[in-house]
Design a protein around this ligand. Structure first.
Ligand code: H79
Length: 456
């Protein structure tokens, strides 16, 4: 009896002392925002900072081992006079994108907005002197596009980011620092971002892995294993964000299973479940909305030598495959230091937009369809429709495995011409009038699913 009482006491005690976020209950606004986010399907990622000047990606401070005091020269001539928020937002909208995720602070520690807790920001340190995030936030609001901020946990510039992690070792900072002070600084910057820029759709964290002991092995653990024994206090940061803006979605690019308090899960250069990058071996797919991000060439930040442009077809395929994997697609541009997006990107985005104008119905508002991704393509689903996206197939006939319901009709999405269905317990054979045309980016067959017969 006494033992039972003791157990009862311990259990109730643990409930009382459990940190708020470990029993995280998303608010109604947050759940609605998650659903809207999944419906949106397509967003623009923007990597832009003083590193853009050096035209060799956003990691250049680390790669070239530039000491912080030398890197500080960059802001003094960062002057993006051709930046035009309206142009960027219109470009995203015309591409069919529903949100923008922009770097408020990358690993180099430079804030692209007017921070009051630091002068290491675009308004205080550059000749440009303007708060580009504010201009962008206002324009997004005007054009009805959502805005997320990418914010780096790790910092190669701040002296209190100490003990240092796996990167940014050679930036000439003192061998001391107060990590707790750094965390307060980060939380204060996040408070600024969630207070002064209107409704923010979410925060996209990156850099947590800088303090992790290795690239894998944390599967399912909520307590972050790390090399320096530091505590990121994610619960505190996440609670703060949810308190300031309950609908703001938190995602963290930590390459492991989601932690409590997160609202979506992202996969860098990787379709969920593909584990294609080498740093995401431990990344299992959780229950949250999913997003996958990719570059238009091979770089995030502007890289003048990078001509490995993906074709419009490749990018449309990536978007369609992401949708088939039940994930959003966040497609990146790294604008140039003058504030312009390079013409190659502008052109591809416009072409993707033309495709989305015609075919968006089979992407927006859908979820991953009943057939898992195949070599030939993917399926998406919405209401009683299933969209079969044929990306690589040369025959008139395509066989699907058994579907959960009866297909009552099938047609080509493009011209609504009928597609013959032969359905049995084994599966569904779709027979088109002609094989998919070689120049079609995606041959889409629309299936009408008969309403499920009500159970007695
Ligand atoms: O912002 C863009 C990149 O700068 C950032 N994420 C995208 C969205 C990014 N940072 N790092 N990476 C991408 C690649 C990650 C490499 C890692 Fe590692 C491998 C992290 C942990 C293992 C390299 C090796 C860095 C630390 C050890």
């Amino acid at each position: 009896m006494i033992r039972i009482l003791l157990v009862f006491l311990l259990v109730s005690l643990s409930i009382v002392v459990a940190p708020a976020q470990s029993v995280y209950q998303p608010s109604a606004e947050n759940l609605a925002a998650r659903k809207a986010f999944q419906d949106d399907k397509f967003g623009l990622f923007i990597h832009w900072g003083v590193y853009s000047l050096l035209a060799d990606g956003e990691w250049i401070m680390n790669q070239r081992q530039i000491p912080a005091k030398d890197y500080e020269k960059l802001p003094t001539f960062f002057n993006p006079v051709d930046f035009n928020a309206k142009e960027w937002v219109s470009m995203a909208k015309n591409a069919g994108m529903k949100y923008i995720t922009i770097t408020s602070k990358h690993h180099d520690g430079f804030a692209m907005y007017d921070s009051k807790v630091s002068d290491y920001d675009i308004v205080d340190r550059t000749p440009y002197k303007k708060d580009v995030l504010k201009m962008l936030a206002d324009e997004c609001q005007a054009q009805g596009i959502k805005l997320f901020f990418y914010h780096s946990h790790l910092d190669w510039h701040h002296p209190d980011y100490y003990p240092r992690g796996r990167t940014g070792q050679k930036t000439g900072r003192p061998e001391s620092g107060d990590f707790e002070k750094y965390l307060t600084y980060m939380d204060t910057q996040l408070t600024e971002l969630l207070t002064n820029y209107g409704p923010i759709a979410g925060i996209w964290f990156d850099g947590w892995w800088d303090q992790s002991a290795d690239d894998a092995g944390h599967v399912g653990k909520t307590a972050p294993a790390n090399k320096n024994g530091i505590d990121w206090k994610l619960d505190r940061t996440y609670s703060l964000i949810h308190k300031l803006q309950p609908a703001a979605l938190i995602g963290n690019n930590h390459h492991v299973a989601p932690f409590p308090g997160e609202d979506f899960q992202m996969f860098e250069k990787d379709l969920p479940g593909s584990k294609s990058t080498g740093f995401n071996e431990a990344q299992t797919i959780g229950q949250l909305p999913l997003e996958t991000c990719e570059t238009m060439n091979g770089s995030w930040g502007f890289n003048i030598k990078d001509n490995r442009y993906k074709s419009t077809k490749d990018l449309v395929h990536y978007l369609v495959k992401a949708a088939g994997h039940n994930a959003n697609f966040l497609l990146n541009v790294g604008p140039m230091p003058n504030g312009k997006v390079q013409p190659e990107f502008v052109k591809s985005l416009a072409e993707i937009g033309q495709w989305m104008q015609k075919n968006g119905e089979t992407i927006y508002g859908t979820r991953g369809g009943p057939v898992e991704a195949r070599n030939w393509g993917v399926t998406t689903a919405k209401g009683n429709k299933v969209y079969v996206h044929i990306l690589d197939w040369a025959d008139r006939q395509l066989t699907l495995p058994a579907l959960p319901g009866k297909v009552s009709a099938a047609r080509l999405f493009a011209d609504k011409s009928p597609v013959k269905i032969t359905q049995s317990a084994e599966g569904v054979v779709l027979t088109m009038a002609a094989p998919p045309a070689a120049d079609m980016l995606d041959t889409i067959i629309e299936l009408d699913m008969a309403p499920a017969t009500a159970k007695k």
